[in-house]
Design a protein around this ligand. Sequence first.
Ligand SMILES: *Cc1c(COP(=O)(O)O)cnc(C)c1O
Length: 444
Amino acid sequence: MKDLPNIVSDLIETTKKHEQYRDKECINMIASEGIKSPAVSQMLDMSHDLATRYAEGENDREGHVKKRFYQGQKYMSQIEDYATDAIKSLFRATWADVRLISGTHANTATFKGLSLSSKNNKMVVTPLSCGAHISHDYTGLAGSILGIDNINHVYDINEFNIDPDKSAYVIRAAKPGIVTFGGSLFLFPHPIKELKEVCNEVGAYIAYDAAHVLGLIAGNQFQDPLREGADFITASTHKTFPGPQGGVIMGVPDTPAKEKAVRKIQYAVFPLTASSTHLGRLPALGIACLEMKVFGQELATQIIKNAQIAGQYLYENGVKVVAEHKGFTRSHQIALDVRSFGGGNKIAQELEDANIILNKNLLPYDDQSDKENPAGLRVGFQDVTRHGMREGDIKHLCDLMIDIIKGKRTPEQVKVDVMALKKEFGQVKYGFQSVEEALKYAKS
Ligand SMILES: *Cc1c(COP(=O)(O)O)cnc(C)c1O
């Protein structure tokens, strides 16, 4: 091992290389990664002191600061309240908690809180193989840390969605305390409305995991979980929602059962799972909320349109895109089956060699034990869209992908075109270019 100064100089140099590589030279199509506006990034830069502080304590029923244990909080408590109010306003929630540092943290507190509130340790979830996040699963957070028993929704592989009729039987028989919706491979809105009644009947809370689709929900283009029957939404604030890395929980607690759930979730946030709450991200989160209020509808519409255009174009050019009979997707992502071209592993690597970054993905009908050799690729369009790509640009990008998938050109040859395309779309659209601009808009 090198000595410490050399390690740190390597660390700094490598970080510079990373920033140049992923931010300037690669096209990002990872479906779980967001893209911050200059204003959001600048706000993070302006919040250095805040990013060193602690704000442990309790919050009230509106999600506002109630009690803090340290001194020096006079502005911090206001900042947290304003960030909470920004989230509540954008999503028409009456309660929110912004103290979560990630989507997994939001799920931790929510699943724990809801199982305490329902005194029921069973949770119905989408199967992991069909797109649920690992934190929902018995092999992950839910089972291995929280000790929650999983029962799977019935998933219709043909429809790429939960089967509402069959899942109703499962919920009625299992009588869980929690039913979850939402996921990581997430093409179509989940049937909350259809399953709301049976959840009520057995006394189960509905938790909707919007980590992937929060930005689409903000833009009113996917589904509206709180109005369709979800009791709580959990999410990351950095996937399609273009905020700083963090997590959030929100809801409309308008019944005694939901009010009780809020108290239990807050207890699961603090003191159970949070100490430092990474306060430096909160002002930037608020700016991202305003951006989504102003640009969210246009952005979300274009993201979904671009995903659908890519699905259609790739399909017409001989690449298998799943859910063709359903128009490929209603979200920011599509899923490709590239088994006949060598599989997800090989193609994802070759695309990386051409500076197109995405991830291989097991498809619901894949052998789930063979994680290293999935048929699928998951492709997200939130980044390219926010950089300004529209129909013609998306088709051009698809042509470059097809060259790789079909082996028409080498990754080295395609990379030149990818880097040129990236250069053309360097600016971040659908957002404020500076904090000053955001402030000017806010005050106008
Ligand atoms: C990404 C993801 C999470 C985890 O969020 P982090 O912020 O990465 O911890 C939770 N649920 C779903 C559905 C996700 O896709």
